[in-house]
Design a protein around this ligand. Structure first.
Ligand code: PGA
Length: 255
């Protein structure tokens, strides 16, 4: 097997700043009751406060656990931050890094993203690195250049083995939470560009890295993305907050 067939699809739910502990428990229990097809990796990323309870519920099930952010240091005087050691202890297999909301509202730079990516990998947590252009950048014709810069900066200094374990989420900022999506072929074109950017550093890693599409993904629109040669799943925000909708997206991922 090679190409897309060799890559297991990943559907990741980014719950953002939603769900109290009680609500998170209800959502994940709903998901466990849903029919989730075997050949898809299913991941939920609750807020930090709910990680511990959700971890207990998903232990030994098909659903994997991820966080939405981390700090790069193991411990220290960093008020309000959460370290990779703490996330690994809870059983987080993945962490979302460099989401556009973090870049936009919390000043996260390409350099910070790179430090976080390295810290996650050092602790055995797979980073889901988010990249994407704003509407102004798209209209100015700088999308390709920006995406390549974000990807190159995020992966700087990684070994070939580390590179092979990362996930990249292409999320055009203008498509997040807006109901607008890129069309399938256009998302695939950028997915291909991301893959080639990684392959330029390590050819084998370029083949195995999974690339997700994100931005207003719903059960009704995901088939168009799932069918693309260089898209291996989705990072889902709004539609991941309802068990039936998220499960429906997981089912669409099997193509
Ligand atoms: P959305 O969010 O699905 O609500 O557009 C996606 C994301 O920001 O990860």
């Amino acid at each position: 097997m090679e190409g897309k067939q060799a890559r297991t699809p990943l559907i990741a739910g980014n719950w953002k700043m939603h769900k109290t502990v009680a609500e998170a428990v209800e959502l994940v229990e709903g998901l466990l009751k849903a029919d989730l097809p075997a050949p898809v990796e299913v991941l939920v990323c609750p807020p930090f406060t709910a990680l511990s309870e959700v971890a207990k519920i998903v232990a030994g099930t098909k659903i994997k656990l991820g966080a939405q952010n981390l700090h790069w240091e193991k411990q220290g005087a960093y008020t309000g931050e959460v370290s990779p050691v703490m996330l690994a202890e809870l059983g987080c297999e993945y962490v979302i890094i460099g989401h556009s909301e973090r870049r936009q509202y919390f000043g996260e730079t390409d350099e910070a993203v790179n430090r976080k990516v390295k810290a996650a990998l050092e602790h055995g947590i797979k980073p889901i690195i988010c990249v994407g252009e704003s509407l102004a950048e798209r209209e100015a014709g700088v999308t390709e250049e920006l995406i390549q810069r974000q990807v190159r900066a995020a992966i700087a200094g990684l070994s070939a083995a580390e590179l092979a374990s990362i996930v990249i989420a292409y999320e055009p900022i203008w498509a997040i939470g807006t109901g607008k999506t890129a069309d399938g072929p256009e998302a695939n074109r950028i997915g291909r560009l991301i893959r080639e950017t990684i392959a330029a550093v390590d050819r084998a890693a370029g083949e195995v890295v999974r690339i997700l599409y994100g931005g207003s993904v719903k059960p009704e629109n995901f088939a168009e993305f799932a069918a693309q040669s260089d898209i291996d799943g989705a990072l889902v925000g709004g539609a991941s907050l309802k068990a039936d909708q998220f499960a429906a997206i997981v089912r669409v991922a099997v193509v």
